[in-house]
Write a protein that binds this ligand. Structure first.
Ligand code: C5P
Length: 220
């Protein structure tokens, strides 16, 4: 049969990365953080001095095709540089959102993402994993959370990294990014028709992980 894939899509800071990584760990599956690919592309563009602008679409796509990206023990390397922390700022998140709206860039990253589908299985999170990248996934989850909860979560994450912001600023940034992601013409943020929706507002991480694993086991 087809190689197992669990897709967890949803808006910014809904907790999908944390939940997807924990589900992968529990099942012993591979994990792909697809947002990191867009973030790394955006960071590489800044380093190369290429403006993130539709007029540079072809150069940005070429850059995405030639990314020397490695995922190793939970760290992310771009060439010889550990960019794990550098790609996490909200500034890079917004740049990633702009670069990800370009169809040629999305196409360039498609084969790379398909390559992560390996035995014994894959858990992946993003915006279009269930709709575009792995439309035949055996389980698709759309993880949401209220805007207030998402802003608070992201605030805690950034504080832990020593990055200071206010919750109000963050909420405005997350709203702007989600609006851009949901309104773009290619692969907009939206639940797949066959996705199970999980509202993560009042769940702990463990509860959300339990729910996804239970859905997966029910399908075996
Ligand atoms: O999930 P994360 O916040 O790291 O993603 C950064 C940006 O990358 C998102 O705002 C979105 O624009 C883009 N993205 C995407 N498709 C994905 C994952 C991320 O367009 N599958």
């Amino acid at each position: 049969g087809r190689l197992p894939v669990i897709c967890i899509d949803g808006p910014t800071a809904s907790g999908k990365g944390t939940v997807a990584a924990a589900v992968a760990q529990r099942l012993g599956y591979h994990y792909l953080d697809s947002g990191a690919l867009y973030r790394a592309t955006a960071l590489a563009a800044v380093h190369a001095g290429i403006a993130i602008d539709p007029r540079e679409e072809e150069r940005l796509a070429a850059l995405a095709r030639s990314l020397l990206l490695r995922f190793e023990d939970g760290r992310i390397w771009l060439g010889a540089q550990d960019v794990s922390d550098a790609i996490r700022t909200e500034e890079v998140g917004m740049a990633a959102s702009r670069v990800s709206a370009l169809p040629a860039v999305r196409a360039a990253l498609l084969a790379l993402q398909h390559g992560f589908r390996r035995l014994p299985g894959l858990v992946t999170d993003g915006r279009d994993m269930g709709t575009v990248v792995f439309p035949d996934a055996q389980l698709k989850v759309f993880l949401t959370a209220s805007a207030a909860v998402r802003a608070e979560r992201r605030h805690k994450q950034l504080m832990a990294k020593g990055i200071s912001t206010t919750i109000a600023d963050l909420r405005a940034e997350l709203d702007a990014r989600d609006a851009r992601d949901a309104s773009r013409s290619v692969a907009p943020l939206a639940p797949a028709e066959d996705a199970l929706v999980l509202d993560n507002s009042s769940y702990t991480i463990d509860e959300a992980v339990d729910q996804v694993v239970a859905w997966w086991q029910a399908r075996q």
